[in-house]
Design a protein around this ligand. Structure first.
Ligand code: ADP
Ligand code: MG
Length: 703
């Protein structure tokens, strides 16, 4: 097996990445320095150096066995795309040399016409460009025996509109840098040169044996089970969460980690999650654009390695009804180039005005733009988690924890004079060490929790790209920091001005702070009384993207124009409608071609038994009753499937994007629920040997 069991992890880590060390080793000093200025300080890229860099990359990649290169970009599908070109360049004497020019490194020209653009571009305007993003390192990737040099890139239309998720993210980072630096300067910081958002994305996923997957059209086409009676045992014993890792899974994880480490992804934590067959992987945090690339690499690698191990990795937000779904916890912070985490309270946060100002900015941002933040996690898959009695709810609130809540209570009254101190915990056994205690407990139910030195946004769905989410997070916080910087820059006494701003925010935005149980029914009521939005469905959440305030926000910081926001919203609505349509069509097909035939086969068998028993003079009322039960469900299912088909036909005819999506939400999904109920009821009475689909128990418990 190709793993690290016998290799040194420190040798493997980043071995397939054209890293800073490789860059330094392989480039002339002046070129290296120029590139570094672009990467670290955001200076414009000097295109004349590109040939030198490209050549060094090519030589390195060829030594690693590469024959091709590709620009790797993140179109609006939320996944990644790539187009491969080989390095070959024929010579006049009929041979070939391996070449890679600066132009090829900097710019690619994939045909853009088949990517979603949301009306930004007509199909005949096919030209699209990809542009090298030098802030995320180039790497080589091995698929089977083929090795490719992969160049992280941005993607835009012929007229320069971004058609991808990376460009706006990079723009939001520039804006965040600019306005956070203004605040730091106002507080007297003259040394930090850059501020970047950092991100650690915890990724949840399911693994099931591939032989089950191949027998389930619903998993293959829609990523989730559309049918399936509950397993007699689910997650109620709480015996999977953090349980010891099964040997087959441990081998998978070892292979996964090895591949990720080679690609420079710092896979760090792994464990069993709450649901049976559910797991999690988390990296060490990185700058948000690199973390975004790494999360895409992680999702791709999870799927690839799972297949190698005879399994399939399910990344859908809710592959199985009745057990936990999967999310992606988005741990976000801001760090300066000289290594200061701006969300780190230190030991005396009440004296740390800069820290309090930045926390206050986040609080205000999340309250003012709660609907916009919510809109970034609105997808068909995530509707099964948010607002569906599962973690977390659709209502955005912030968990601050004891320490910060106490501080903000003090600040509401004018000044903070003390900070609660973390103590240590004694376990009452002399041989056990005293444990340093965190300054606040965890709150697992909060959608947006302060966790010591970062905020953890827990709403993102497991299959989502985190680019859009963090673009929004960056930009809403930036906007408030810009507002604060305006005030601080004008102030005679910065500390007094900051105190005033913080007190104002503490008073004005109390409603967004909630440290209690977010799953409780009572919270829904209380949140409503507080005036917090509770947008449980994608169709209700997405319009916030194109509200006046949001358009102004994005235009103010030059991230996206009104037109671009509308087209993105359109893409998300269409994606939603298409997803539901695929699910409904799959349901129809499985219902008619697998479940109805199985049920009627069983009914036929029962009918024969009932008749035979009667002829034999020993009629069985219970068999007869069962037969009636089965035929009733069968007839009901048939009728519901017909209704589903007509609901789909009607929805398909609706033209306006919003109404189209709403038609699926309001007319198609309710019928899908009914279809499922009948089919699952049939599954729980039918002869197991006649049931055409792998069951929940098999998929969740057979490793
Ligand atoms: P927890 O177990 O409390 O959720 P961890 O310390 O395991 O927290 O971290 C979870 C994720 O948060 C990891 O990916 C980690 O790298 C990331 N993280 C830690 N510090 C930061 C930070 N300053 N900025 C962004 N992410 C961070
Ligand atoms: Mg966490």
């Amino acid at each position: 097996m190709d793993n690290v069991a016998r290799e040194d992890v420190t040798d493997i880590f980043g071995s397939n990445v054209f890293s800073d060390a490789v860059l330094r080793e392989r480039l002339p000093k002046n070129v290296y320095k120029a590139i570094k200025r672009t990467i670290d300080e955001g200076e414009e890229l000097d295109a004349s150096l590109a040939d030198v860099v490209a050549n060094a990359m090519k030589d390195w990649a060829i030594q690693k066995g590469a024959t091709h290169f590709c620009h790797w970009f993140q179109p609006m599908t939320g996944m990644t795309a790539e187009k491969h070109d080989s390095f070959i360049s024929p010579t006049p004497d009929g041979r070939t040399i391996m070449e890679f020019s600066g132009r090829e490194l900097i710019k690619g020209e994939p045909d853009a016409s088949s990517f979603p653009s949301g009306g930004l571009r007509a199909t005949f305007e096919a030209r699209g460009y990809t542009a090298w993003d030098c802030t995320s390192p180039v790497f080589v990737r091995q698929t089977g025996d083929s090795v490719t040099l992969v160049i992280p890139s941005a993607f835009c239309s012929y007229t320069g509109e971004p058609l991808d998720k990376k460009t706006p993210l990079l723009r939001s980072m520039e804006a965040l840098n600019k306005h956070t630096l203004r605040v730091l300067r106002a507080f007297g910081n003259t040394t930090s040169k850059r501020v970047a958002a950092t991100l650690g994305a915890e990724q949840e996923y399911f693994l099931i044996d591939r032989k089950f997957y191949e027998k389930r059209l619903d998993l293959m086409l829609s990523g989730r089970t559309l049918f399936g009676a509950p397993s007699p045992k689910g997650q109620e014993m709480e015996d999977h969460y953090f349980g010891s890792i099964h040997e087959r899974i441990a081998n998978f994880m070892l292979d996964l980690n090895t591949e990720l480490w080679r690609l420079g992804v710092s896979a760090k934590t792994q464990h069993n999650e709450v649901a049976p067959a559910q797991y999690e992987i988390a990296p060490v945090f990185a700058t948000v654009n690199i973390a975004t690339d790494h999360n895409q690499i992680t999702m791709e690698t999870l799927q690839r390695v799972a297949r190698k191990h005879g399994m399939v990795c399910l990344m859908h937000e809710k592959p199985f009804a009745g057990v936990n779904g999967s999310g992606k916890h988005n741990n976000w912070s801001m760090v300066t180039d000289d290594g200061v985490n701006l969300l780190d309270p230190g030991t005396t946060p009440h004296e740390n005005l800069q820290f309090l100002t930045i926390i206050a900015a986040v609080i205000r941002a999340v309250d003012v733009y709660a609907r916009q933040l919510r809109s970034t996690v609105a997808t068909a898959g995530n509707d099964h988690r948010l607002g569906a009695n599962e973690a977390p709810p659709a209502i955005i609130s912030i968990f601050l924890g004891e320490l910060l809540s106490d501080l903000f209570e003090q600040l509401k009254l004018g000044d903070a004079t003390s900070s609660k101190q973390a103590s240590s915990l004694k376990l009452g056994v002399n041989t056990l060490p005293p444990l340093p205690k965190d300054c606040s407990d965890r709150n697992r139910t909060s959608p947006f929790a302060f966790t010591g030195n970062k905020f953890e946004f827990r709403m993102p769905g497991s299959s989502q790209s985190i680019a859009g989410i963090n673009c929004m997070l960056n930009i809403i916080v930036t906007d408030i920091l810009a507002e604060i910087a305006d005030k601080l820059e004008k102030a005679k006494d910065v500390n007094e001005a900051a105190k005033k701003i913080i007190t104002e925010i503490a008073k004005k935005h109390t409603r967004i702070i909630f440290n209690g149980n977010n799953y409780a029914e009572a919270w829904v009521k209380e949140a409503e009384e507080r005036g917090l939005p509770n947008l449980t469905a994608t169709v209700d959440a997405l319009p916030a993207m194109v509200e006046k305030e949001c358009i102004a926000l994005f235009e103010r910081h030059k991230v996206l124009t009104e037109h671009e926001l509308y087209s993105r919203c359109e893409i998300y609505l269409e994606t939603y409608s298409k997803q539901i349509n695929i699910e409904a069509a799959t349901m129809l097909s499985m219902g008619r071609r697998q479940i109805l035939p199985a049920a009627s086969g069983y009914a036929g068998k029962l009918a024969k038994t009932v008749a035979a028993l009667e002829v034999a003079g020993s009629p069985s009322p219970s068999q007869k009753k069962l037969l009636q039960q089965v035929t009733k469900l069968l007839d009901g299912l048939q009728k519901q499937l017909d209704e589903l088909e007509s609901a789909m036909t009607k929805a398909a005819k609706v033209n306006d994007h919003f109404k189209h999506a709403r038609a699926y939400h309001e007319s198609v999904i309710p019928v899908m629920k009914e279809v499922r109920e009948s089919a699952d009821a049939l599954e729980s009475v039918i002869d197991a040997s006649l049931w055409p689909l792998p069951t929940y128990a098999e998929m969740l418990f057979i490793r």
